[in-house]
Write a protein that binds this ligand. Structure first.
Ligand code: HEC
Length: 147
């Protein structure tokens, strides 16, 4: 019985590797990208790109488990939901009012320590922001909205 169960798990585990998953990868930096229009110090840009772009842009830097089902399904769901709320790659397509609203939302997510998502940080320590880095990001986004 145990042997059979293990065999079924193995077969299903291998079988699901063949389920196609759309990839969110596009090396072209779009003209509508946030940083194409907004002057930002390079360290700010690097922080946003490494901590937010995997789920909030058209270009995910896939980790090693990024091809392994079922993990990639969770990642895919985060990307879909994250981009729905905020996409830095097409930021300039939002109206001016919408852009300010998105920035306000970014500030509140950072203040509350809600982003990057906790479960993402388990596997992506490089995306973790220190308190000082978070404060610098908040400063940067606040300045944008008062301009
Ligand atoms: C692992 C994927 C992931 C990463 C990395 C990530 N986010 Fe998100 N983000 C999401 C998901 C999923 C949602 C929508 C669901 C939610 O609110 O939890 C979201 C929602 C948001 C929202 C909208 C919240 C609202 O309720 O209006 C903002 C703003 C945001 N993220 C900013 C950021 C910023 C800034 C970073 C980087 C510091 C970041 N996110 C990193 C997945 C991610």
């Amino acid at each position: 019985m145990l042997k059979k169960t293990l065999l079924v798990i193995l077969v299903v585990g291998i079988g699901i590797q063949f389920v196609p998953v759309p990839t969110n990868q596009n090396d072209e930096v779009l003209k509508t990208d946030f940083f194409q229009h907004i002057e930002a110090p390079i360290n700010i840009q690097t922080m946003v790109e490494s901590s937010c772009y995997d789920c909030h842009s058209n270009n995910t830097n896939y980790p090693w488990y990024g091809r392994v089902r079922p993990f990639v399904w969770f990642l895919q769901k985060h990307i879909r939901e994250g981009k729905d709320d905020l996409n830095f790659s097409t930021f300039q397509e939002y109206s001016g009012r919408m852009q300010r609203e998105k920035i306000r939302s970014v500030i509140s997510q950072l203040r509350d320590g809600k982003m990057p998502l906790e479960e993402y940080l388990w596997m992506h320590s490089e995306a973790k922001l220190s308190l000082a880095e978070t404060a610098r990001l908040i400063d940067f986004f606040e300045n944008l909205n008062t301009q």
